[in-house]
Design a binder for this molecule. Structure first.
Ligand SMILES: Cc1ncc(COP(=O)(O)O)c(C=O)c1O
Length: 457
């Protein structure tokens, strides 16, 4: 048995001959006299209390596990909280599905689970039944969809993206471009706003695919999908959107915006759990003509005939690859149901109020302490997280976690990201978090923090 201290949280690794188990306990430091609040005398307290009182989604918080109510979790845009129902669903897979029904569960439920969950998720992104499947990771889905798109435009030589896109998206597109002898154009931005005009100028009759994140992971900038789709289609190109930072927080209308292809993860605002499978969307009218570049047995027309010749099946199943991790897959369901139950429009209304309230608090308390707003001020162009740049952003992030009991995340080189998950974040939490941050930086407490980076930031 060995244990490693990370700030005030202890991570204990217990190693025995046949098992490695890890226990990670978040603890808010009590050894310092750092004040955790609430702070009723600080400006904005009453506004937060009133907004909480009027919040029709407040009741959803109790549907999640809240292990420590003093810990303010503002990282649901990285890993959502655990829905209470998740344990029940996983327990059901463990028993009776796995323990008693054994392989029979494939025919009972597991074989179609990816499609059933896709149909369940579809309305959250404005898709129709049969257009969405829960499958693989976002990175793998990007490869499958972008690969299918460039194969469908064999005479074209360009893929267009921007530098707000998540690195994995750019790596996948770059790899595909290299292997197909194409050119990848990464349109530069000012790091906050999407370079819309520049992208529109780049799209031409050599363009096979335009691929962007709907809501940018760093700044939270949110694109007008319809505008980009229309320009791409006018030029004969296809579009592929990464919805990871939108799904479950920002309404998306894949049908209405005439999107061709999309993918996104389920572990952020959809609360599917660590490493939960992603989803992919292929517009119904493309499903016959597009070819999955990973020809694999789950996409075969009759996989159990065991033919060595690949015959792609029809419909969205064509974008399957292989056997899915059923425990993780099953755990995606409660988060989707919670979002459907709350309604994406109500979620969005609260999200706009949360991010707007945070920005108001930033202006009042944090701007003078070296925090610069790195997200759009216009809510129509903003997702559900807000980023602040600070010269000492890494140490501020660690100090927030280790001393102040507030969990944001850090994106290199200097950005602290604050995610607001409308199903469980309250306005009072934002008020308290900003007060803790203001006091922490005013007292220079972040300067006492070891500047070395953890593996996950
Ligand atoms: C916008 C975006 N795309 C893709 C990914 C990576 O997806 P995955 O690791 O599931 O392949 C992330 C991860 O946070 C992301 O934020």
């Amino acid at each position: 048995m060995s244990s490693v201290w990370i700030g005030s949280g202890i991570v204990a690794f217990t190693v025995s001959r046949d098992k490695l188990s890890t226990v990670n306990v978040w603890q808010v430091t009590t050894s310092t006299d750092f004040e955790l609040g609430p702070f009723p005398d600080a400006p904005g307290y009453e506004t937060a209390a009133k907004l909480d009182e009027e919040d029709s989604l407040a009741k959803y918080r109790e549907r999640f596990v809240v292990h420590d109510p003093t810990l303010i979790y503002l990282d649901g845009n990285s890993l959502g909280r655990q829905p209470r129902e998740a344990r029940e669903i996983v327990d059901q897979v463990m028993s009776p599905e796995w323990s008693e029904r054994l392989i029979g569960s494939w025919n009972d439920r597991w074989w179609d689970l990816q499609l059933d969950l896709g149909d369940l998720l579809a309305p959250l992104v404005g898709a129709r039944p049969g257009e969405v499947v829960v499958s693989d990771s976002t990175s793998v889905n990007l490869y499958k969809l972008a690969g299918a798109a460039v194969r469908a435009r064999p005479d074209r030589t360009r893929i267009i993206t921007d530098d707000l896109n998540f690195p994995t998206d750019v790596y996948v597109l770059d790899g595909l471009a290299r292997s197909h002898g194409l050119e990848l154009t990464v349109v530069p931005s000012d790091q906050t706003f999407g370079p819309v005009e520049e992208i529109l100028e780049e799209i031409d009759d050599r363009t096979a695919l335009v691929s962007l994140s709907h809501t940018a992971y760093m700044s939270g900038y949110t694109y007008d999908m319809g505008l980009i789709n229309a320009a791409a289609h006018d030029a004969g190109a296809l579009t592929l959107w990464d919805l990871s930072h939108s799904a479950g927080a920002v309404p998306v209308d894949l049908e209405g915006t005439r999107t061709d292809l999309a993918t996104g993860c389920t572990y952020k605002y959809l609360n599917g759990g660590p490493g939960s499978p992603a989803f992919l969307y292929v517009r119904e009218s493309h499903q016959r003509s597009l070819e999955n570049p990973i020809a694999a047995w789950w996409g075969h027309t009759s996989p159990f005939d065991m033919s060595l010749e690949f015959e792609p099946t029809d419909g969205i199943r064509r974008f399957h690859t292989g056997t899915m991790p059923i425990l993780s897959l099953a755990a995606v369901e409660p988060g989707i149901r919670l979002a459907l139950d709350a309604g994406i429009e109500a979620i969005r209304r609260k999200s706009v109020l949360l991010t707007s309230y945070f920005i108001e608090q930033w202006e009042r308390h944090l701007a003078r302490l070296g925090f610069e707003l790195a997200s759009p001020a216009d809510p129509d162009r903003r997702g559900s997280h807000v980023s602040l740049r600070h010269d000492d952003g890494w140490r501020v992030t660690r100090a927030l976690i280790e001393i102040a009991g507030v969990v944001p995340d850090f994106r290199s080189p200097d950005t602290v990201r604050f995610g607001f998950a409308p199903l469980y974040t309250s306005f009072s939490e934002i008020h308290t978090a900003v007060q803790r941050l203001e006091r922490l930086v005013e007292q220079g407490m972040h300067e006492t923090i070891d500047a070395s980076r953890t593996k996950v930031t």
